[in-house]
Design a protein around this ligand. Sequence first.
Ligand SMILES: Nc1ncnc2c1ncn2[C@@H]1O[C@H](COP(=O)(O)OP(=O)(O)OP(=O)(O)O)[C@@H](O)[C@H]1O
Ligand SMILES: [Mg+2]
Length: 330
Amino acid sequence: MAIFAQNSLIMSTALRETKLTFDPPADFYRGKVRDVYRRGDELLMVASDRISSFDHVLPKAIPHKGQILNQTAIHFLEATRDICPNWLEISPDPNVAIGKACAAIPIEMVIRGYAVGHAWRTYRTAQEEARTPVLCGVEMPAGMREADAFPEPIITPATKAEEGHDEDISRAEILARGIVTKEVYHKLEDYTRRLFARGTAMAAERGLLLVDTKYEFGLLNGEIYLIDEIHTPDSSRYFYADGYAERQAAGQRQKQLSKEFVREWLMDHNFQGLEGQTMPDMPDDFVNLVTQRYTELYETITGKTFVPADTTDIEGRIKANLAGTGWTVV
Ligand SMILES: Nc1ncnc2c1ncn2[C@@H]1O[C@H](COP(=O)(O)OP(=O)(O)OP(=O)(O)O)[C@@H](O)[C@H]1O
Ligand SMILES: [Mg+2]
């Protein structure tokens, strides 16, 4: 009984979604993870406790995940302002960030330092078919093994699809389709490389390797801004630096710090987001494990101690914290 009571308490304190009404009113968009309120040039983003994997939202929310995500993103947005202007202005609540609403550029700037995930699968297929491995128009060097470092990080953009999976796209195709001008695209690549270099240096201070990540950018008054979240476990993969070289030499799997364990759990339960597959139910033990893992991720990646916010009434807390921000909840 005690266990049931505890679990039901934990379940009830996750923030699945928000229903905020503002005066003056705001437009609303629900992403897979964030609830986004927009009013003119201002954006208010609530990081919910939803978790997504394989482009699907999982059936249960993860207590504290929203706070962890929001605060990780803020940590890195603050630490990269000297490289690139970003959208963030204030965070009046642990789950909330407020800043500039930009016209989102519909490309994800993916950058990879190591051959893992999609890059590695593409590489292996090319190898099997005795072709030169190419990803998004970028040729990858011969003789690589999984999790080897690229001589230089490679940029492998993806289109942000309205529905479903994002698709690989090359620089040439982005320019041919006129998604952005050559000048803007050049700047996006330059920002992407410099942000990744900063993320790599910050990860190194924490004993980590930044494996790959993605950035989103937007335009406002003709200027490029970094938007969304950066360097979070939802948008990035990290390896532990300690023992990396030894594991590579021995052909062992690398130790990853990311939400890969969620993907693996889903695959073990026969779900990869494919047509006809059903999302497995999530036992409370697994939900609790995810909270635990995200907390560890936060502390390792940022070097800060996680201070969980009061979750007895998250939406009420958010409303109270928004007082004085100009975002009046009615
Ligand atoms: N400053 C900003 N200006 C405009 N849009 C933004 C800004 N910051 C983030 N966004 C957008 O807000 C949304 C954040 O929600 P979330 O990350 O949950 O969505 P997602 O599931 O990743 O993406 P989507 O649902 O759009 O496919 C994303 O669509 C992102 O592009
Ligand atoms: Mg997102």
